[in-house]
Design a protein around this ligand. Structure first.
Ligand SMILES: Nc1ncnc2c1ncn2[C@@H]1O[C@H](COP(=O)(O)OP(=O)(O)OP(=O)(O)O)[C@@H](O)[C@H]1O
Ligand SMILES: Cc1ncsc1CCO
Ligand SMILES: [Mg+2]
Length: 261
């Protein structure tokens, strides 16, 4: 089992190509976050080419933040090719409870057995069939309220499930850990979660899904702390966070952030 530090070294050595199908809001920030973390992003979503591209990507990440039927088709094409090739793929079910299109789209994507599901507490609770208090893309529930649902989803789907928030929770249905750290400024800027999902893909390209998810979350926790030390508020946090994603090294991915749940 690689430590987060070892996973970081492996990820940066490989600089894996990550195909991102993400939302209009996050697209630029997620690409920059992947580059800063040490991976190679490509935002390729149209169904005319998403499957073809998935054949060369080392991971595929799918985020339903600004969903449309055509985008959903692009996601299905890419995921089908990834599945067939044994390429890991990550689902970010943004506001999956909010509309019929999102509920049905998420259901369809979950049937395609994501390697990793990463969402906030309200999103994971909704996937688990529980009532949640999400407000659009923002969580209205604490991570602790989503832990049982996360285990249920992991058992049913075979996915590694990550619930993020003040203290993150990761489970594969058998094992579970919590990851502390980060900064209260992280939910004050948009697309930190969306970019974290793409970084989970980068790590999943090089190590097993559970270890990959933990490493990505630890990387973000460490970078969030470093950036918060430099930032004066949400605006200056954004560039500081990109700098910090690049600045963290194996020595800063402290395993003290991770505890067995
Ligand atoms: N209060 C907090 N303190 C520390 N870290 C936090 C806090 N809230 C969120 N984070 C961190 O922010 C990152 C994104 O998690 P979050 O749960 O906010 O995603 P999200 O709601 O899906 O975001 P978005 O949809 O805006 O991209 C994670 O690394 C998480 O650990
Ligand atoms: C703000 C927002 N709206 C749709 S997706 C998105 C990015 C954060 O999830
Ligand atoms: Mg989100």
């Amino acid at each position: 089992m690689p430590t987060p530090s070892e996973s970081l070294v492996a990820m940066r050595d490989a600089a894996p190509l990550v195909q991102c199908i993400t939302n209009f809001v996050a697209m630029n920030f997620a690409a920059n976050a992947l580059l800063a973390a040490g991976a190679a992003p490509a935002m390729v979503h149209d169904p005319e080419e998403s499957g073809e591209f998935a054949a060369v990507a080392r991971a595929v990440t799918v985020n339903i933040g600004t969903l449309s039927p055509r985008w959903l088709a692009g996601m299905s094409e890419a995921v089908a090719v990834a599945q067939k090739a044994g390429t890991p793929w990550v689902l970010d079910p943004v506001a999956c409870f909010a509309t019929t299109l999102r509920r049905e789209g998420t259901g369809k994507l979950l049937q395609m057995q994501p390697t990793i599901v990463r969402g906030n507490a309200s999103e994971i609770m909704a996937i688990a069939g529980e009532d949640s208090s999400g407000q659009g893309v923002d969580a209205g529930d604490p991570v602790a309220a989503a832990e049982a649902g996360a285990r249920k989803v992991a058992e049913a789907s075979g996915s590694v499930v990550a619930v993020t928030g003040e203290v993150d929770y990761v489970t594969d249905g058998t094992r579970a850990v919590r990851i502390a750290g980060g900064s209260a400024l992280m939910p004050r800027v948009t697309a930190t979660g969306c970019s974290l999902t793409t970084v989970c893909g980068a790590y999943a390209a090089v190590v097993e899904p559970f270890d990959a998810t933990v490493a990505a979350l630890v990387h973000f926790a460490a970078a969030g702390e470093l950036a918060a030390d430099k930032a004066e508020g949400p605006g200056s946090f954004i560039p500081a966070f990109l700098d910090a994603l690049a600045a963290v090294g194996p020595d800063t991915l402290n395993e003290d952030r991770v505890s067995v749940a």
